[in-house]
Structure formats: C-alpha cells, structure tokens
Design a protein around this ligand. Structure first.
Ligand SMILES: [Zn+2]
Length: 71
C-alpha cells in the first residue's frame, strides 16, 4: 500500500494499523494452540478484542485516506 509520504497522520495511523495487526496475529497463534476449556475462552476473547482493535485501526486509515482524497 502506497500512502501519501510526508503526511504525519498517515504514518501514525499506519504504524498503529501494523501494530494492531501484529497483536491480532499473535492472538490467533495462541488461539490455534488452545483447543479446550478456559484457555480457549481467554484466547478467543483476546483474539476477538484484538480483531476489533485492528478493524478500527483499518477503518481509521481508510477514512483518513478518503479525507485527503488520494493515496
Ligand atoms: Zn494522510
């Protein structure tokens, strides 16, 4: 993805996007390892929260890019 270089907000939003994505990926790895019981419930809750944060970060990036009208 190419983004307007020189836009500080793009940089900040993209950093958050990648950080949230990494947290989400880590959470799914834990989920993959937890098959049963409480460990799964906690891993599922963590992965769900991480996914919501990631989706929110993605939305913010998209909204911001739409605001400046170019990539
Ligand atoms: Zn920007």
């Amino acid at each position: 993805m190419r983004l307007g270089s020189g836009c500080d907000e793009c940089k900040i939003l993209m950093e958050r996007y990648h950080a949230d994505l990494r947290v989400y990926i880590d959470a799914t790895v834990v989920l993959d390892d937890s098959v049963f019981g409480l460990k799964f419930d906690k891993a599922w809750a963590d992965a769900t929260r991480a996914r919501q944060r990631f989706e929110q970060a993605r939305e913010e990036v998209n909204r911001h890019i739409a605001d400046h009208g170019s990539t």
